[in-house]
Design a protein around this ligand. Structure first.
Ligand SMILES: [Ca+2]
Ligand SMILES: [Ca+2]
Length: 275
């Protein structure tokens, strides 16, 4: 359905909205629109497209119609009422995440990313109607756009990331979706690109980063993620999940995911549609 014949021209038209910046001297934290929440504050990318729980089709009688009219002229198909269900999403991230459903922010990590060892699991509850899109902005901590942490300290290093989540239909307790390689992914902050800068005395001057600015509606149901890659699945031994991870009973369908590099990929956008 997405392979429209004119997709190439669509992309050409959309190109100005996708800006790729290569930063070679990154002394300041110039977070972009999809990467503005290192302080744990609400993300500015939440441009609500739809309201969760209001997509229900409501069937009402036409007050103008008479019995005679409806008997003689009503040829409409029977209307099915879309059911609104209640779900929860359990999520653990190294280090921080914000979760959107159909473009609406439904919860974000309660522990600011600037907190040292900010490892914790979160559970958010929401209402939605199938099909719905779950989108997650996930961040590994970086002190600056160098991508490093503990800058100037003995343990100056590249931190690493990782996230796992599962969506549960609360009426049945069934896991209806888990993070896996079917999730679409876009890494919007990569640093350092030149990993040999890790122990430089002034990494803000020598570490290179790649920062991608994407459309502000990236979390909405209608966003076209067909040119995103698939998320990479990682093992627990790779990610080393910490506090909070063991508090959740993870379904086998939920796996730790991230970009292709746990250390260099610092901010990643993730999406899936559940139907
Ligand atoms: Ca980390
Ligand atoms: Ca990192």
């Amino acid at each position: 359905m997405r392979q429209l014949p004119n997709q190439a021209s669509w992309r050409a038209a959309l190109f100005p909205f996708v800006f790729v910046g290569l930063v070679t001297a990154c002394g300041t934290s110039s977070d972009n629109v999809a990467d503005t929440t290192d302080d744990g504050a609400s993300s500015t990318v939440a441009t609500a497209q739809t309201s969760i729980g209001t997509a229900q089709t409501t069937v009402t009688a036409d007050p103008e119609s008479t019995d005679e009219d409806s008997a003689s002229t009503d040829t409409s198909e029977p209307t099915q009422i879309a059911a609104v269900s209640t779900f929860s999403i359990e999520v653990w991230a190294d280090n921080w995440m914000a979760v959107y459903v159909d473009g609406v922010l439904i919860g974000e990590d309660s522990v600011p990313i600037t907190t040292e060892r900010s490892f914790n699991a979160e559970v958010f509850t929401f209402e939605a109607t199938y099909p719905f899109t779950v989108a997650i902005e996930a961040k590994d901590f970086k002190e600056t756009d160098s991508g490093l942490e503990y800058i100037g300290e003995a343990n100056q290093q590249m931190g690493d990331g990782g996230i796992i989540a599962q969506v549960i239909d609360t009426s049945t307790a069934e896991v209806v979706a888990g993070t896996d390689s079917d999730w679409k992914a876009l890494v919007v902050h990569q640093a350092p690109l030149n990993t040999d800068c890790e122990h430089d005395a002034n990494p803000d001057a020598t570490c290179e980063s790649l920062i991608i600015e994407t459309s502000s509606d990236w979390a909405s149901a209608g966003f076209d993620d067909s040119d995103w890659t698939n998320a990479s699945v990682w093992g627990a031994a790779d990610v080393g999940p910490k506090d909070g991870y063991d508090e959740i009973s993870w379904d086998p369908s939920a796996q730790l995911i991230w970009g292709t590099d746990l250390r260099v990929d610092n901010t990643i956008l993730l999406r899936t549609t559940i139907s």
